[in-house]
Design a protein around this ligand. Structure first.
Ligand code: PMP
Length: 410
């Protein structure tokens, strides 16, 4: 009996996963590799790894600024490991605040120019904690339909009413806010850069629409904008000149910063109280000393990373142009961020193309529903400031070969 047969014959709490199990089994039976089980046996640099014995260009890492192998960042982590040990073994509130946590929060306050900064163990937990703590029963969270799972989960945990508006639609946002009771308290959650298609929110227009309505605070998730957008690398909200209008910025250390962790920064005078009432902050262990030391060093270096930012933009523009010239349909008509998504509508073709790219020595992310809209499969590329011009040309050539081999392009 196969595993799939077992899954469908016995009814238990796993039965709801049967359709997914069967779809996966059918896909793997065609002989393709599992797109969600790739192992990097060695990582050579921010842009190169060994996968199944083959040197592979990494184009699906979110390592936008290439900080993972920065010598000063790595040295700071090693020093903290030696001096403070491997972990804190506890929550910040009771037993887990080390000097390094203060240092990384100071670095964030300087980076963002805010009076408050609060570090979480991941970006997921930052959204979960901040949204659920700020917006509770009787309040409203107004969010873009394409919001990240951590934003949706934060809403669910806080029991607020959820109101969704059409992705990046200023008109729909305005309309939905207009229907809410004027005296109700509302948190509007936006993302600077949307991770699936790599498109950017029209923040000034959105802020103007929000400000027409009473009792709204604005949170902007800059997970994919930090490091890359704006003169100081704060994110799309800085680049678009709406810094004074955003009440909370949430971000992550797992992308441009090059390690793991999450944060929220704010100028609100009562911000510090959240440390005592935010459950995903209170009831979990704090980040290890080595991680906060790498993050603090990386954040301080990102303040002066203008050249890297310029090179990353050049890479994004070249890849977008190269893939457009080859005839691929992309997630945005112009290069808007460091994410470039190739859109395919056939799952088998998408997986075949993903596998062909891997065999050629290129790793990209395969994204599928429910992370993407129904019937849309993405080969999502995220560029790094450390990709050389030569690597970008190699990437375009590999897409040409794989696209032709799988019939995705002519
Ligand atoms: N927000 C957005 C928009 C994200 O894309 C992600 C991660 N992909 C997160 C939050 C969560 O970040 P982390 O990896 O630190 O949990």
């Amino acid at each position: 009996m196969t595993d799939a047969a077992i899954a469908t014959e016995t009814r238990d709490l796993f039965s709801k996963f049967d359709p997914l199990i069967n779809e996966r089994e059918a896909l793997l039976a065609t002989g393709v590799r599992d797109p969600y089980a790739i192992v990097m046996d060695q990582v050579l640099s921010p842009t190169r790894a060994i996968i199944k014995g083959k040197e592979t260009i990494l184009l699906g890492t979110y390592n936008y600024m290439g900080m993972t192998f920065d010598p000063e960042v790595v040295a700071a982590g090693k020093k903290a490991l030696d001096e403070f040990g491997a972990g804190t073994t506890g929550s910040r509130v009771l037993n887990g605040t080390y000097q390094g946590h203060k240092e990384v929060e100071d670095a964030l306050k300087e980076f963002y120019g805010t009076s408050g900064a609060m570090v979480f163990s991941t970006g997921y937990q930052a959204n979960l904690g901040i949204i659920s703590t700020l917006a509770g029963k009787g309040d409203y969270v107004v969010l873009d339909a394409d919001s990240h799972a951590s934003i949706y989960d934060g809403c669910a945990m806080g029991n607020a009413e959820i109101v969704r508006f059409r992705h990046n639609s200023v008109e729909d946002l305005d309309k939905r806010l207009g229907r809410l009771p004027a005296d109700a308290l509302k948190l509007v959650v936006l993302e600077g850069v949307y991770s699936m298609l790599g498109d950017v929110a029209p923040l000034p227009e959105m802020v103007a629409a929000i400000r027409k309505h009473p009792n709204c605070m604005i949170l902007c998730d800059e997970a994919h904008g930090m490091g890359f957008f704006g003169p100081n690398g704060r994110g799309a909200y800085e680049e678009q000149g709406v810094e004074g209008e955003i009440d909370f910025v949430v971000g992550t250390f797992s992308k441009s910063v090059g390690t793991v962790g999450g944060f929220c920064v704010s100028n609100h005078p009562k911000f510090e109280i959240l440390r005592l009432v935010c459950r995903p902050y209170v009831f979990t262990a704090s980040l290890p000393p080595s991680v906060v030391a790498t993050a603090a060093t990386s954040i301080r270096k990102l303040m002066h990373a203008g050249e890297k930012r310029a090179h990353l933009w050049k890479n994004s523009q070249r890849l977008h142009q190269g893939l457009t010239d080859l005839g691929f349909k992309l997630g945005s008509a112009t290069p808007q961020s460091a994410i470039i998504a190739v859109i395919l509508t056939d799952q088998m073709q998408a997986v075949a193309m993903w596998q062909t790219l891997l065999e050629l020595g290129l790793y990209v992310n395969m994204a599928r529903p429910p992370a993407t809209p129904a019937g849309t499969f993405l080969l999502r590329c995220s560029l790094c400031a450390e990709h050389s011009d030569e690597q970008v040309e190699q990437i375009i050539a590999m897409f040409e070969t794989a696209g032709k081999a799988t019939g995705a392009i002519n």
